[in-house]
Design a protein around this ligand. Structure first.
Ligand code: AMP
Length: 544
């Protein structure tokens, strides 16, 4: 007997359908961008869709064909949005490159992806001028500005002007329909060990991720919102916000290259931003600026924080001082990135506030479309008791099954090993204790570096903290706390060590504290533990 087939229209999940929806149903809703040129640019979803069609025409005129990769080196702005849609929508692949990586890494990535063209923001031109001789496949460089801002001199032959190209097109272009599994964009992992690896997203994965990302228990994005993604468009597609924002038709505010506390607060206030998203280090800058200048937020209500563990002290500061709800989320380049979001369940409504905060500080529950497991060293499943920690494995509709140009599958019997170590509690709340390579192993027991950092961040004088393993003759490894103090504050080693009393078992307390002017960060804002471990490899612990 053959199964009865569904009798619904079969429409492939196309990225272009997001922008056509936004243009048709939210056509007059604004996209506001702080431009690299210095001014504010305003237009609408309808304008964005029309210009994205023109971008598709530009690329065809330059001779680019289905499947060709086009690199972007650009900040969050409307032209970058047009490239997101114009490239993917016309079956090209939008390869966002992180300009904060080392130049050699950038060249390596562009060559690995075989980008045929590069679209570059004005202030990143010097970088491309330097790199271009090493870029093997690049035939066109397009400077994302207008004629008036084109440089008088450049070493790049035939440097193209984005506005000239776009204005020359008529926009008479129909978005094509094709297989929804076609590649739409590429983002490389940060590659803290070895070369970066390309995660290749598809139209299908991107559209599904956008819909689920907007759901109430994820970002909870709606047409009433004014969303400002601080997370860069070169960091896992700005966590899918350029797509999710189109799906719901919210106002979008693009902050450009300046992400310091003052620039952010000014634009939040000027544009009535209600919701934002970014990594913890960005919010440290904003919170410091707002606190030290006695400022408030008039419209800002929610922020999604992920990319690194959000310290509970940051959740408290946002919530208690400014009435801003923190939505803690976990994900990776390989997971598009949305994996887990910390949102309460109805049964948690009656919990005391402190217990709620404890849950909200975890990395959260899997969203629909993502499944989780934790396993021990033998690959055996561990119980979801919130205590036992193991290697976190994931699978789902927007999780990679292979890397670009890498033959060996990263999967472990169909599951993607994240490299994170975590617990999962009976309600499904996942909590990261460490990156597997960052765990501190003392006398055979694991100490969570994230726990140690979160506690330190609760001390009023601590601006940022990193806990790392330092070799120890008796215990193998012991924790060392590396601290950056807030400007104008003081704290001693003894005071900080004393601060752990009663908060964790005594044997987990750091053996020593060192104070540094700043911590090294990766190009995506994570603390570079590897670098710190190298730096303090020979640190003499007082317990030795
Ligand atoms: P990336 O691919 O550069 O976005 O890095 C992904 C990694 O960032 C994850 O595997 C985690 O180690 C870390 N990460 C992301 N979000 C969180 C979070 N909320 N808490 C702790 N670590 C996180």
């Amino acid at each position: 007997m053959s199964a009865l087939m569904g009798q619904m229209m079969r429409m492939p999940l196309m990225i272009s359908s997001l922008i056509t929806h936004a243009a048709r149903h939210h056509g007059d809703t604004e996209i506001v961008s702080k431009r690299v040129e210095g001014d504010i640019h305003r237009y609408t979803w309808a304008d964005c869709e029309l210009r994205s069609r023109k971008v598709a025409q530009v690329m065809a005129r330059l001779g680019l064909q289905a499947g060709d990769r086009v690199g972007t080196l650009a900040w969050n702005g409307y032209r970058h949005m047009e490239l997101y849609y114009g490239l993917s929508g016309s079956q090209l692949v939008c390869h966002t490159v992180n300009p904060r990586l080392f130049p050699e890494q950038i060249a390596w990535i562009i060559n690995d992806a075989e980008d045929k063209a590069l679209c570059v923001d004005l202030n990143l031109l010097p970088l491309v001028e330097k790199l271009l001789p090493a870029l093997k496949a690049v035939k066109h460089v397009i400077l994302m500005t207008d004629r008036a801002h084109m440089p008088a001199q450049t070493s790049i032959e035939n440097l193209l002007c984005y506005e000239d190209l776009v204005e020359a097109e008529d926009g008479k272009y129909t978005w094509p329909e094709f297989d929804e599994n076609t590649a739409s964009s590429i983002c490389y992992t940060s590659g803290t060990t070895g070369n970066p690896k390309g995660a290749v997203y598809s139209h299908r994965s991107t559209v599904l991720h956008a819909i689920v990302g907007a759901m109430p228990d994820a970002m909870g994005l709606s047409a009433e919102d004014v969303m400002l993604p601080v997370v860069p468009m070169f960091h896992v597609n700005a966590w899918g916000i350029p797509y999710g924002a189109a799906a719901v038709g919210c106002k979008l505010v693009m902050p450009g290259p300046h992400l310091d506390g003052k620039s952010l607060h000014d634009i939040f206030e000027a544009e009535g931003v209600t919701i934002s998203a970014g990594v913890p280090t960005i919010w440290l800058g904003l919170l410091n600026h707002v606190s030290s200048n006695n400022l408030k937020f008039s419209t800002f209500k929610r922020t999604i924080i992920g990319g690194s563990a959000c310290p509970p002290a940051m959740i408290d500061a946002f919530q208690d001082k400014f009435g801003v709800q923190v939505i803690h989320a976990w994900g990776m380049t390989e997971t598009s990135p949305l994996g887990c979001v910390s949102r309460l369940k109805s049964k948690h409504r009656e919990l005391p506030e402190a217990a709620k905060r404890k849950l909200l500080a975890k990395q959260g529950r899997a969203v629909y479309g993502v499944d989780l497991r934790i396993v021990n060293d033998h690959g055996e499943d561990l119980p979801w008791d919130g205590k036992q920690s193991g290697d976190l494995l994931v699978r789902g509709h927007w999780i990679i099954d292979s890397y670009l140009n890498v033959a060996k599958s990263p999967l472990d019997y169909g599951w993607f090993p994240t490299g994170d170590v975590s617990t999962i509690d009976a309600d499904g709340f996942m909590q990261i204790t460490d990156r597997s390579k960052d765990v501190i192993k003392s006398g055979g027991e694991w100490i969570s570096s994230i726990d140690l950092e979160n506690i330190a961040m609760g001390h009023p004088a601590v601006n940022e903290a990193a806990a790392i393993a330092v070799p120890h003759p008796k215990w193998d490894e012991r924790p060392l706390l590396v601290v950056v103090l807030k400007p104008g504050t003081q704290a001693t080693r003894e005071e900080l060590i004393g601060f752990y009393e009663g908060k964790i078992p005594k044997w987990q307390t750091p053996d020593d504290v060192v104070f540094v002017p700043e911590l090294p960060h990766t190009a995506t804002g994570k603390i570079q533990k590897l670098k710190l471990r190298d730096q303090f490899r020979d640190h003499k612990l007082p317990t030795v």
